[in-house]
Design a protein around this ligand. Structure first.
Ligand code: F6P
Length: 375
């Protein structure tokens, strides 16, 4: 059989906050697209063009052949060989929104997709990045999405790359805190990321065995938190670990914002609820209360085994969609299977914790019944 002569170019980019799992997904897009045996079977020779810095790269890059800006980088098997072992994204990322109402650059993106001859475009991102991919697909671009975000708040999929690695970070850091918290009889309030979704705090708190978990989906009472802490001490506890999501807020209060400015997608930077809560606990109980913000540590580090494997499956599935010319889709993990859903789902608002099913509003913690009736 002769080597196929038909050629097709796939563009790939990562957008939004980085996390573990992006590099494994890119590696497997490249490996699957460039796999020699598969190319012969498909009768198409694919090439993969990396676009640096998310949508910013697709706005600023110059035509492919002589891209002096450095925003375009052809990817080959040798380059990506070890990528699955590393966190972050070797292509870089940005929170640039080509559809920013203050500065709409979507026309440039559409022109560049043409100019660079992108027969397909794989975007790896969360709600914002994939929201752009959806709009571009509506405008005729052959877009495919791969879900990632440590927040796990993307609708249409049960898993988003980066989440499990972030869970591991929370668990490891809290394990570390326990020895010092116990030695000093302290209350430690651990603030996690997650924006307005409580998945990271809830499941991270469950993994590390936190005494109290506070999530954005259920406003908490400061009095109840203090009551639980005091009850715990009376019961013999030497220390407490309280995991609080950055978007959690006291009833009647507001979410705490770290900085007033917004990114290109209109998001404020959340942060500070941990410090606020530690001060409130100290005021009411006189216990030595400290706060720690896990912040970007949750996005860092090498991908855990699960993110390497899911990155692999998502990358392969994304190329399968390209091969089938089944565009305008996001690969998804649903009911234990890798599948694909229309990209439009990402515009449906964030996926939030179902409080009735998954959260104990009295203990401020994860559920205590799973197979029997609750309460
Ligand atoms: O969406 C991922 C995330 O890590 C959120 O949990 C967090 O609120 C936000 O990004 C932080 O963004 P940045 O890195 O731009 O400060």
């Amino acid at each position: 059989m002769a080597k196929p002569t038909k050629k097709s170019r796939i563009g790939i980019l990562t957008g939004g906050g980085d996390c573990a799992g992006l590099n494994p997904a890119m590696k497997w897009v490249v490996k699957t697209a460039l796999d020699e045996r598969l190319q012969w079977e498909r009768g198409i020779q694919y090439e993969v063009l990396g676009i640096r810095d998310g949508w910013r790269g697709l706005i600023r890059a110059e035509p492919a052949a002589m891209d002096i800006t450095g925003y375009l980088v052809p990817l080959n098997l040798e380059m990506v060989r070890t990528w699955d072992r590393y966190g972050g994204t070797f292509l870089g990322t940005s929170r640039t929104n080509p559809y920013d109402p203050q500065n709409d650059q979507s026309k440039t993106v559409l022109d560049n997709v043409e100019k660079f001859g992108l027969d397909a475009l794989i975007a790896i991102g969360g709600e914002d990045t994939l929201g752009v991919a959806y709009k571009l697909s509506q405008a005729g671009v052959n877009a495919i999405g791969i879900p990632k975000t440590i927040d796990k708040d993307l609708p249409g999929t049960d898993y988003t790359l980066g989440f499990e690695t972030a869970q591991n970070v929370i668990t490891e850091e809290v394990d570390r805190l326990r020895t010092t918290a116990g030695s000093h009889k302290r209350v430690f309030v651990v603030e996690t990321m997650g924006r307005n979704a409580g998945w990271l705090a809830l499941e991270g708190g469950e993994s590390c065995g936190a005494f109290i978990i506070l999530i954005p989906e259920h406003d908490f009472s400061i009095e109840r938190v203090n009551e639980l802490v005091e009850e715990g001490r009376r019961g013999g506890a030497r220390y407490e670990i309280i995991v609080v999501a950055e978007g959690a807020k006291p009833s009647g209060g507001f979410e705490v914002v770290e900085r007033g400015d917004m990114d290109g997608f209109g998001h404020k930077s959340l942060g500070g609820i941990g410090e606020f809560l530690a001060a409130e606990i100290h005021k009411a109980t006189e216990l030595d209360s400290r706060s720690i913000v896990l912040s970007h540590l949750q996005r860092g580090g090498a991908p855990c085994a699960y993110d390497r494997r899911m990155g692999r499956y998502f990358g392969i599935a994304a190329v399968d969609l390209v091969v089938k010319e089944d565009f305008g889709k996001m690969v998804s993990y649903s009911n234990g299977k890798i599948t694909a859903v229309p990209l439009k789902v990402v515009t449906g608002g964030p996926s939030l914790v179902d409080v009735d099913r998954l959260y104990d509003v009295d203990r401020y913690n994860g559920r205590r019944t799973i197979l029997s009736q609750r309460r």
